[in-house]
Write a protein that binds this ligand. Structure first.
Ligand SMILES: [Zn+2]
Ligand SMILES: [Zn+2]
Ligand SMILES: [Zn+2]
Ligand SMILES: [Zn+2]
Length: 444
């Protein structure tokens, strides 16, 4: 686990233990109000609502902590500008400052605004600590696991812990990313699907997963070869039905875990998880990621006969219904000539006017994340609007009479050399590191 996050967890656990001992309350029952109670009962902290703020200050002021030898006051913005969930978070946040950042022999004060403040490095660390620990106190690990396993949905969790949707989202993401070590993007996808996935399968996957996580973690540690059969076996072990959406969601999760932590034996090609040496031949293992990236060079996206992707190249969910637009992520599922020349791509899309045609390195190394800064992260929309929308400027430059479909492996249109939609969206990368193919690209 991330070193900093581990520290936040320890701090939160110390405070939780104190609450648990003081009130003889199991952790699973501790909620934010118990911390407020402890501050009042044991430390005689005065927690007081500020209700008379008006105007700008009512919008930006969150709360404050004042400590001196005579006592401690936590004040929080209780005007209608602040939702109750935000008020609770502020009280807990100031409470964490009290436990972690003050020394009662001298007078000290903190004040927190909702806007980003210019903090010194030390102050920033205190604020990060207060936010992370507050989040862990409002919804502690035991309670979160308990509620998820019992099948609580997102709204029910928000109500149970009296947290805002943002705070709840972050709390779940942190648990997946830091505690379960699920890679960043997959943690994001899982959390968002849990909050507002478009099908019941998507919204409930996290419940099924958390309920069975012990078996899953054990399985990841024990198993040395991941084949589709193993996945099938694991499904029966963790009591998740081997079908439809749950299957693909778990498969995606495993793929991502493997890309980040998987290993492969360069001698006998067996794959391992979190190990260093092959348990069959003793060879030192390579990162799976390395192998996978190499493989990506010549990656091809499998399509049906009419050119529609069999598995969505963006979200990796199987396109069982043969949709032209992915129902999960909105991706346009065919590989088409976008009519966007490499020059235009650089100039208008990547906003990189200095590029010259021969200099394709930027394209070879381009990071799909850059595309996300545009258009809300959906280059598919860009294609949709620019190419398919008939009266568009870009369309007038389109080299084909109608929407031109290209093979599932094409990075560039074989007929006019423009960037393909799979390439534009980063699903296929132009072949790099290989001077031959670079020369080919330049020769066109
Ligand atoms: Zn603060
Ligand atoms: Zn081996
Ligand atoms: Zn998709
Ligand atoms: Zn073309």
């Amino acid at each position: 686990m991330d070193v900093k996050y581990k520290k936040y967890e320890q701090t939160a656990n110390n405070i939780l233990n104190e609450i648990s001992n003081y009130y003889s309350l199991p952790k699973i029952q501790i909620r934010w109000s118990d911390l407020a109670k402890l501050l009042k009962d044991k430390y005689e902290v005065i927690i007081t609502p500020y209700t008379s703020f008006k105007g700008k200050i009512a919008q930006i002021f969150a709360g404050s902590l004042y400590v001196d030898s005579t006592g401690t006051i936590i004040g929080y913005n209780a005007t209608s500008q602040q939702k109750p969930s935000r008020q609770h978070f502020t009280i807990v946040h100031e409470g964490v400052h009290y436990f972690c950042d003050v020394n009662t022999s001298s007078s000290q004060s903190f004040s927190d605004l909702l806007q980003k403040q210019a903090y010194s490095i030390e102050e920033q660390e205190q604020e990060d600590n207060a936010n992370f620990v507050a989040s862990l106190l409002m919804c502690n690990d035991e309670s979160l696991i308990h509620c998820l396993s019992k099948g609580y949905n997102f709204t029910k969790l928000m109500n149970e812990f009296e947290m805002s949707s943002n705070a709840m989202w972050t709390r779940i993401y942190n648990y997946l990313h830091y505690n379960l070590e699920i890679p960043h993007n997959r943690s994001k996808t899982l959390t968002s699907a849990f909050e507002n996935g478009d099908s019941l399968d998507r919204r409930t996957f996290l419940n099924a997963f958390i309920k069975n996580k012990q078996t899953f973690v054990k399985y990841c540690k024990d198993v040395y070869i991941f084949s589709s059969n193993d996945v099938r076996k694991m499904f029966s072990n963790i009591h998740v039905p081997f079908n439809g959406s749950y299957f693909y969601q778990l498969q995606n999760l495993i793929d991502d875990l493997f890309t980040e932590k998987g290993k492969i034996c360069p001698n006998c090609n067996r794959t391992f998880f979190n190990k260093h040496y092959c348990s069959f031949c003793g060879t030192k293992l390579n990162d799976y990621q390395f192998i996978k990236k190499e493989g990506l060079k010549m990656k091809e996206i499998a399509t049906f006969d009419d050119g529609i992707a069999k598995v969505c190249p963006n979200c990796s969910i199987e396109n069982v219904h043969h949709n032209l637009l992915c129902p999960y992520c909105g991706t346009y599922e065919r590989n088409i000539c976008t009519g966007i020349t490499i020059i235009d791509y650089a100039e208008y899309i990547l906003n990189c006017p200095d590029v010259i045609e021969e200099d394709l390195d930027w394209l070879f190394n381009f990071n799909p994340d850059n595309l996300k800064k545009l258009n809300g992260g959906i280059p598919g929309n860009l294609i949709f609007e620019n190419v398919i929308g008939t009266d568009d400027y870009t369309y007038s430059k389109y080299h084909h009479k109608e929407l031109h479909q290209v093979p599932g492996y094409a990075r560039f249109c074989p007929d006019c050399g423009c960037v393909t939609s799979y390439c534009l969206q980063g699903f296929l990368k132009p072949v790099s590191n290989d001077n031959k193919s670079k020369d080919n690209a330049n020769m066109k």
